[in-house]
Design a protein around this ligand. Structure first.
Ligand SMILES: [Zn+2]
Length: 251
């Protein structure tokens, strides 16, 4: 078989190998994204827990304060009963009223804190649901990766054997060049020649659209064993069957 046809065979199987590998790569990437999302939710959870703890401790402080105010008010009431004159009575009453005001502000604070706790509790439920959901997705992603790895293991071994066979008939220097271009373009190492206008002899690279000199086409038509590359994208050029037929002399 001419070199160009051997290269096309290699090109096809090389792309299959790469696309198979990319199937695992995308599953790996997907799993990685899940792990990242899970980490972000864990941060959200710990922040929420920290805030909850803070508000609950604020409530506890306010409770202690109102408790001690109650105790003081009780003692003051006992003193009120024992007050010996009006002046003492009024002074004690004024203190009781001040304490009642203080108690009221602690109560107000507690209400605000409790509302915050309620909101954070709701958020906690939401975060927990998100974690459960993400765990499920992660599990599926892990399984998917396992399946794909198993699946491609066999196919990949087969295709790699095919690829090795296809590569074995390509001269070493050309193979090296091919591999380099394939790595650069994720397997798209070859490009077909597009006939823009046969009469005006206009041709272009199907990959990068560069207008090709007529010389490239003449060279390819004349000799199947030469390598002609695109001057812009460096891909190895070939003529598809239809183009070959279109360009063949009619008589
Ligand atoms: Zn090109």
């Amino acid at each position: 078989m001419p070199l160009i046809d051997n290269l096309l065979t290699l090109y096809k199987v090389d792309r299959q190998v790469r696309s198979l590998q990319s199937r695992v790569e995308s599953a790996q990437l997907y799993l990685k994204v899940q792990t990242k999302l899970m980490t972000a939710i864990a941060v959200e959870l710990s922040e929420n827990e920290l805030r909850l703890k803070q508000h609950k401790s604020n409530i506890a402080v306010a409770e202690t304060e109102t408790g001690s105010i109650d105790a003081r008010v009780e003692r003051l009431r006992e003193d009120l009963n024992k007050a010996v004159n009006d002046k003492e009575y009024k002074a004690l009453l004024a203190e009781v009223n001040t304490l009642k005001d203080q108690r009221k502000s602690f109560e107000d604070e507690m209400l605000i804190e409790m509302a915050s706790v309620e909101t954070l509790d709701t958020t906690l439920v939401e975060i927990t649901a998100k974690i459960d959901e993400r765990k499920k997705i992660t599990k599926v992603a892990e399984k998917e990766l396992d399946v794909r790895q198993d699946e491609i293991a066999e196919q990949l071994a087969e295709l790699e054997k095919e690829r090795a066979t296809a590569a074995s008939v390509i001269p070493a220097d050309i193979l090296e060049d091919f591999d380099e271009i394939a790595d650069d373009y994720e397997g798209e190492s070859m490009a077909s020649i597009e006939i823009i206008d046969k009469k005006r002899k206009e041709y272009s690279c199907n990959s990068c659209s560069l207008h090709l000199p007529l010389e490239s086409i003449v060279q390819l038509m004349a000799n199947d064993d030469t390598i002609v590359k695109c001057g812009q994208c460096d891909r190895i050029l070939f003529l598809g069957q239809a183009s070959k037929e279109a360009l063949a002399p009619s008589e």
